[in-house]
Design a protein around this ligand. Sequence first.
Ligand SMILES: C[S@@+](CC[C@H](N)C(=O)[O-])C[C@H]1O[C@@H](n2cnc3c(N)ncnc32)[C@H](O)[C@@H]1O
Length: 256
Amino acid sequence: MAGSPWDPDQYDLFAAEREQPFWDLAGLLEPKPGASLVDLGCGDGRLTVSLHERIGAGHTLGVDSSPEMLARADSVARVGVTFAAGDIATWVGSDVDVVFSNAALQWVGEHREVLGRWRKSLAPGGQLAVQVPGNWDHASHLVLTELARERLGGDAPPDPVAVNVLKPEEYSKLLYELGFKRQLVRMQVYTHILADTESLVEWMKGTSMNRVKRLLEPDDYQEFVESYKARILKRLGYERPFFYPFKRILIWGSLS
Ligand SMILES: C[S@@+](CC[C@H](N)C(=O)[O-])C[C@H]1O[C@@H](n2cnc3c(N)ncnc32)[C@H](O)[C@@H]1O
């Protein structure tokens, strides 16, 4: 079995596209200078540091489970921003003003329980801001799931987005039940113009394909990637440029 699958360089190939929802989510936060901020599933920490500066936080903690991502994050740590290894599925803090998580919650299940713990971690008047993808029904993801089943049979990991991510209205009800006095939950379609259809392969290698990569030896993974490319081209045809609509759910709640 391969080691930890996250590759910060591969993820960063589409840094501009992946940053858009991050900043849309950050834009939902109400200003609270000196706030304590936690960024769950912080990745390589670059955006965590920018967010810390943008909102004028007093202290920021970034949490991630990937040693590769944390190694990068440690190199950008500075006064007021620290990083720690941890599992966001079980993470709980106390008296946090802002719990923020961009494009990470989809990797874990039981969102009602997990968001319940994140809410308990908030100080009075605290804010929660979470973004999860909702794109499991695009061919890019369906072909991956289909091919993984063919190659790995019963061992094929399901698409976490299809299995874990709730409907927007379910997050809305959950925020209400958790005591958030104000909220905004919206589904947004991000319009990504990729160089061509084949670019989808590089996109998927940066994130969703990691669930297959972790189960295969390097040669077998390479062969899997080639099969994925062939099937995607067959399914979608070759287009240059390629228009890639990407649905995401943005969730914000305030306790006051
Ligand atoms: C798609 S990246 C997003 C990184 C960053 N939030 C951003 O917006 O650029 C997802 C991150 O979630 C982390 N992650 C996935 N599952 C996790 C878990 N159970 N606990 C902690 N981090 C996790 C991965 O290691 C990865 O760095």
